[in-house]
Design a protein around this ligand. Structure first.
Ligand code: ASP
Length: 333
């Protein structure tokens, strides 16, 4: 038990009615006032922003990353809670996790129901996140997501419900811990690669696009991303990572121009795998696409973004090596 810093960024947990719909506008102190603070925990609030998370930019996410590192520079802090919109929570959580060098827990949470909702889920989620962030048992577990009585590893966790309270899950894995009766019950230690250094403050912000494959899709949108100056593209393929020979040719051309291409799938669970040819993952990998294991589109994009930020001068080979390292995907020999 000890000192937890809550970094407030907005989301439904900070949302109020705006006359036509809900939007984040509350400050962190108002959000904290809704939750019971666990015994023995003291809390300090940092108001970073108050926005719906679909509006977040890379600049905002890097501001969050830097704030986390600044807060952790204080040895008196035992852990951090980040309150965040659920829509893109998995993206910010993974960016923080890829750069997290510290044993102290950083725990993201939010809510499916707005700030002033009767029987809202925000107060319980925030209480559980404070408990997790101050829990010695979760030291060394990286960046976590506390929601609906469970604690998930940032890596692999995605939003799985648009409205229901059990908004987050790791479809290819399992929770790291449960929160029950005011206690954190740890189930497993997540595997994490060696963290990346903090991106330099003046690093250019790379464009990274996501393109989804479907029946009758052609390479037009993938090529448009290249034309728009994308440093990276995530191809959300079908099945275990399959598209068409035309898309393979477009990927090969993009990679030849120095674009980082990562391959994920529209399917909710399981890894992408090199099984099929004639446009399948076998050919996409041969064309230079990097398979993203069990990461889904939003987090695959964050992996590409982090690799690009780690190599701000257009060193594609080095960025590709970093991408493979953070994905745990060794280069084909
Ligand atoms: N619109 C919200 C957001 O900021 C949704 C939420 O927080 O649950 O992501």
């Amino acid at each position: 038990m000890g000192q937890v810093v809550v970094i407030s960024t907005g989301g439904t947990i900070a949302s109020r009615w705006q006359g036509s719909g809900f939007a984040a506008d509350a400050r962190g102190g108002d959000v904290l006032a809704t939750a019971a603070v666990p015994d023995g925990v003291t809390v300090r609030v940092v108001d970073l922003m108050s926005v719906n998370s679909a509006r977040l930019t890379t600049r905002d996410q890097l501001a969050l990353l830097r704030t986390v590192h600044e807060v952790l520079a204080d040895p008196a802090v035992d852990g951090i809670v980040v309150t965040h919109g659920t829509d893109t929570l998995e993206e910010s959580a993974f960016l923080l996790d890829l750069h997290h060098h510290d044993p102290r827990p950083v725990v993201l949470t939010g809510a499916q129901r707005p700030l002033e909702a009767r029987d809202g889920d925000g107060p319980r989620n925030l209480h559980d996140a404070l408990l997790a962030a101050s829990s010695a048992a979760l030291r060394g577990h990286g960046v976590l997501v506390a929601f609906d009585g469970q604690v998930h590893a940032a890596r692999g966790t995605i939003k799985v419900q648009t409205l229901a309270a059990d908004a987050f899950a790791h479809p290819s894995g399992s929770p790291v811990a449960d929160v029950k009766d005011g206690h954190v019950l740890v189930r497993r230690l997540p595997e994490r690669p060696e963290p990346l250094p903090l991106p330099t403050a003046d690093a250019p912000l790379p464009r990274v696009d996501i393109v989804t494959h479907h029946c009758d899709a052609d390479p037009l949108l993938l090529n448009a991303a290249v034309q728009a100056g994308a440093r990276g593209i995530v191809l959300v393929a079908t099945g275990a990572g399959n598209a068409t020979p035309e898309v393979v040719a477009a990927v090969e051309a993009a990679v030849a121009r120095g674009v980082l291409v990562a391959l994920t799938t529209r399917v909710p669970a399981g890894p992408v795998a090199e099984i099929y040819t004639q446009g399948g993952a076998v050919d996409l990998a041969a064309a230079g696409a990097v398979l993203t294991g069990t990461l889904r589109a939003g987090q695959a994009r964050i992996a590409v973004l982090a690799a690009a930020l780690a190599h701000p001068t257009d060193d594609t080979d080095a960025a590709t090596r970093t991408l493979r390292r953070v994905l745990g995907t060794p280069a084909a020999s």
